[in-house]
Ligand binder design. Structure first.
Ligand SMILES: Nc1nc2c(ncn2[C@@H]2O[C@H](COP(=O)(O)OP(=O)(O)OP(=O)(O)O)[C@@H](O)[C@H]2O)c(=O)[nH]1
Length: 571
């Protein structure tokens, strides 16, 4: 659970950091090409820029007005724009092989109409025979919805005089043409302003149902930067929603910032019409239905404008294919994966450090324990440890009904060593002796330094006879191993007292007996091994009464006990 929390923490921190760093990135320059002059027709783009939606998406967007020579499809294909807005011409270009991708159909209905003067009595397309009609590019018009509307009632357009549009509505009300290609959101206002009655011939009334004002980009952009495209689309649609919610704000913006030549009333008229074309109450802004695109494509084909509709496939931007999704999400996958790996690594590193630290402390504790139980000079068990070991051995022997022996050992005339060579040489002699004493023992035997120059060996499962043999072996080893250092040569001997633990013994009973045997050995010539015998206890008690130190006590052979017969001589 703690680990899960830790990973979440890493993840959240990572994502927060990622977002912060994204916000701090410089804005990316984007060129957005409009189809025509600045007017309410493009309100959503101005709103997205004004409201900061583009900036939040990471873009610095330049909104470029269109004109006769600056048309969206050409601008985008030539790389002069990153995104653009066009009418059905976008689909037509795609079906003709241009690598364009539709991102959103802002207008669910086409604003293209043919407009006639009411007094011309032209009330339907049938009435256009032998009449002059203006279309964009004249007979070569790409205004598919208007053409389709004409074809809906004419098998051929030969009897209609189609000429290129002048883009000047005055040509209509001055009677130069009978029908004028117009935008329902634009030209009717001029006529209404002048009180000129008109008729609007709408493609939808002839079964022609086209999208318009399609936001599009290049195929390369959609493929290589789906995330960027999606961000741009989202910001744009948000802008459109804002523009439809607060049209007056955008109208003022158009006048002040984009120098729109249209009057406020004209812009309000346009805003009202635009809302009817977008139908936000019924359809989510920008929605593209593939079936409607197909119908548009079929219309182009029926008009002979394209051979087939094969290129329709893939026309609509769809970042939710698994490849696109993967492509768009891979940085997040990588980020999540990386943060998990980082969390695991940190965890592993922390664990390693912790276990290292625990190990180190354990060792230090063990070391301390060992130090507390070890004689610092000889590295043998110290008196404290000796008592623990002896008590454990006693219990073990009681439990197992076995027996152990003790050998108490004391260096002979050690005082003379200190006196003659100094305490530091005395220390080295002690180390020397300890090493010889304990080298030839069995693994189970325990060697202890219990006093200045006194040692006791615990021999588990050992009868006294065997202990005697071992003691004798040690005595001989010491005798044969003088301490030699430079010019110093010190011959050494040791005295040994041996006894066996008896089942009725307390610890001190056995210790006492070993000590009495050692005392006896000291008193009887030193450099010897003595097994405890009961009579020794009596003699020992008498000695104690006289309070005479055993080392200076008469050993029964004069005063030899006080004079050192061993050699302490420079070599
Ligand atoms: N260098 C050194 N000397 C020690 C240490 N502990 C005790 N001694 C000395 O050991 C000597 C023991 O002397 P005594 O008890 O008189 O015994 P001894 O001279 O060995 O004579 P006997 O035991 O009777 O043979 C004293 O001089 C102590 O100062 C130690 O850690 N280092």
């Amino acid at each position: 659970m703690k680990k899960a929390k830790l990973y979440c923490y890493y993840l959240v921190s990572f994502l927060l950091l990622s977002n912060l760093s994204l916000a701090n990135l410089p804005l990316e320059k984007i060129r957005m090409q409009l189809r025509w002059h600045h007017q309410f027709q493009f309100a959503g783009y101005y709103a997205a820029k004004q409201q900061g939606y583009y900036r939040q998406a990471g873009f610095d967007v330049e909104i470029i007005a269109g004109n006769k020579n600056r048309q969206p499809v050409a601008e985008l294909l030539n790389g002069r724009a990153d995104f653009a807005e066009g009418n059905s011409e976008v689909l037509l270009a795609r079906l003709k092989g241009q690598p364009l991708v539709a991102l959103a159909a802002i207008y669910q209905r086409s604003p293209s109409i043919l407009i006639t003067r009411k007094d011309s009595q032209i009330n339907s397309t049938e009435d256009l025979i032998n009449k002059t009609v203006m279309l964009v590019d004249g007979v070569d018009s790409q205004d598919a919805d208007l053409l389709a509307m004409l074809y809906a009632s004419h098998s051929s357009l030969e009897n209609i005089n189609i000429i290129p549009s002048s883009y000047n509505i005055a040509d209509l009300y001055q009677g130069k043409v009978h029908a004028f290609n117009a935008y329902i959101s634009n030209e009717p206002f001029y006529l209404e302003e002048r009180g000129i009655a008109y008729t609007a011939l709408k493609p939808e009334d002839y079964g022609i149902d086209f999208y318009s004002d399609i936001l599009f980009t290049s195929q390369a952009m959609a493929k290589n930067n789906p995330d960027k495209v999606q961000r741009f689309v989202n910001a744009t649609l948000k802008g459109w929603q804002y523009a439809l919610d607060y049209p007056e704000e955008i109208i003022q913006l158009l006048k002040q910032q984009y120098q729109s030549p249209k009057s406020l009333n004209h812009l309000r008229y346009e805003a009202n019409m635009v809302r009817k074309l977008i139908i936000p109450e019924l359809i989510s802004i920008g929605h593209i239905h593939p079936g409607r695109l197909e119908r548009m494509a079929t219309t182009f084909q029926d008009l002979g404008m394209i051979d087939n509709t094969a290129a329709l496939s893939g026309f609509v931007f769809n970042p939710s294919t698994w490849q696109d999704r993967l492509f768009g999400w891979w940085p997040y996958f990588v980020a999540i994966l990386a943060s998990l790996i980082a969390a695991l690594l940190v965890q592993a590193y922390t664990n390693k450090r912790l276990s290292g630290e625990i190990e180190r402390r354990k060792k230090a504790e063990q070391e301390l324990k060992k130090l507390a139980l070890t004689d610092h000079l000889t590295k043998l068990h110290n008196p404290r440890s000796f008592h623990q070991l002896l008590s454990a051995e006693l219990k073990r022997s009681q439990r197992n009904q076995s027996s152990f022996s003790l050998i108490a050992i004391d260096i002979d005339f050690f005082k003379a060593v200190n006196d003659q060579y100094g305490h530091h040489i005395g220390d080295e002699v002690l180390q020397h002796v300890a090493q010889i004493l304990c080298t030839n023992l069995r693994e189970s035997d325990m060697c202890n330094r219990v006093g200045g120059e006194e040692f006791i060996i615990i021999l588990p499962d050992t009868p006294e006879q065997r202990a005697l043999e071992l003691a004798e072996r040690s005595r001989l080893a010491i005798e044969k191993s003088p301490f030699i250092k430079g010019e110093i040569y010190i011959g050494l001997t040791m005295s040994f007292g041996v006894t066996q633990w008896q089942p009725k013994d307390e610890i001190n009973d056995t210790l006492e007996r070993a000590d009495q045997a050692l005392y006896y050995a000291k008193r009887h010539g030193r450099n010897r091994v003595q097994l405890f015998k009961p009579e020794m206890a009596v003699a020992h008690a008498k000695e104690k009464q006289q309070s005479r130190p055993r080392v200076t006590a008469d050993n029964g052979a004069g005063t030899t006990g006080d004079t050192a017969p061993i050699v302490h001589a420079p070599r």
